[in-house]
Design a protein around this ligand. Structure first.
Ligand SMILES: Nc1ncnc2c1ncn2[C@@H]1O[C@H](COP(=O)(O)OP(=O)(O)OP(=O)(O)O)[C@@H](O)[C@H]1O
Ligand SMILES: [Mg+2]
Length: 297
């Protein structure tokens, strides 16, 4: 029976001081994530998604409340927790294999074990043959693969991903989503992924956490009870996606600067049939623009 509180977030509040003003980035956020679960997080810009990931990963500890990983309070970064950012953050003067090996710094592995882990990881993300390449010799998708390899190389049992595919074209993104899902299924790593892409959130997540802004709170947790890997164009997925979009729209509807299409008239209301008739990946950008245009900061 997997630990249902593998990552345990209880009543977490995070405030920042900016120019004498207090910003409540997160307000009493509670979330339990089971071992091996894939949780995705969506929400308007500024609602605290990255703040929550950074706290979970131990990169920030200035919160009130309790965050535990595998029963231990998170007090700082740990080799058991990997993190992947939107941009791959590779060092330009290091080869792919040396960039990936950075994820093993301070680990207890021997030199041979490290070499094997790096080789395995590079192969796992489909970069075999590019071990000696430098970042400028890689495409955006390949560089992001290297970033994912670095996040995974230490065999963390939780991987935090902050918009890892946000900068990629639709085809590369779809391919990497599939590969990430394969890795998740094979390695049984708990994954927590922040995204602005609702299609990605419902395609990958066992549960989709929808956050609302100002202050950052969890508005609703939407289960996606469909087996992995999913059929992207299935009606069931489209139905869940529509629900997530409705919840998201409700979180932005009270913002001062309201998006022009926040409350679509009857002729614009999405239906499952209408959505499923259009490739989901192509819809994503337009929907994001509608949803987030008023809340970007
Ligand atoms: N280090 C910081 N100092 C001051 N304010 C911060 C800091 N980090 C985050 N914030 C504030 O906390 C709030 C939440 O920021 P966060 O980066 O978590 O949002 P987000 O949901 O990840 O947004 P986006 O979707 O645009 O990435 C914002 O109002 C932001 O200005
Ligand atoms: Mg963010």
């Amino acid at each position: 029976m997997p630990n249902q509180k593998h990552v345990h977030i209880k009543d977490v509040t995070r405030r920042f001081q900016v120019n004498g003003n207090t910003i409540t980035a997160l307000d009493s956020v509670s979330l339990d994530i089971a071992e091996g679960e894939f949780v995705t997080i969506v929400g308007a810009s500024g609602c605290g998604k990255s703040t929550l990931l950074r706290l979970g990963a131990g990169l920030d500890t200035g919160h009130n409340g309790n965050i535990e990983h595998a029963g231990k309070v998170v007090k700082g970064p740990s080799l058991d927790r990997g993190i992947v950012f939107q941009e791959p953050r590779l060092f330009p003067w290091l080869t792919v294999e040396r960039n990936v090996a950075l994820g093993l710094q301070n680990s207890g592995f021997t030199k041979d074990e490290k070499r094997q882990l790096v080789t395995d990881q590079i192969e796992l993300v489909g970069l075999a043959g590019f071990e000696k390449a430098y970042p400028h010799q890689l495409s955006g998708g390949m560089a992001q693969r290297a970033g994912i390899a670095r996040g995974l190389v230490n065999r963390p049992d939780v991987l935090f991903l902050d918009e890892p595919f946000g900068a990629l074209d639709a085809i590369t993104k779809a391919r990497l989503q599939g590969e990430l899902q394969d890795i998740w299924a094979r390695e049984q790593i708990t994954m927590i992924l922040v995204t602005h892409d609702v299609d990605e959130a419902v395609y990958l997540g066992d549960r989709v956490v929808v956050m609302s802004p100002r202050p950052g709170r969890i508005k609703e947790i939407v289960p996606v009870n469909l087996p992995h890997p999913r059929e992207r164009t299935s009606n069931q997925l489209a139905h869940i996606r529509n629900h997530v979009l409705e919840v998201l729209e409700s979180t932005t509807a009270t913002s001062k600067a309201r998006p022009v299409q926040a409350k679509p008239g009857p002729q614009k209301r999405r239906t499952t049939a209408a959505v499923s008739a259009v490739p989901i990946a192509l819809n994503a950008k337009a929907n994001r623009q509608t949803l987030y245009s008023s809340t970007e900061i």
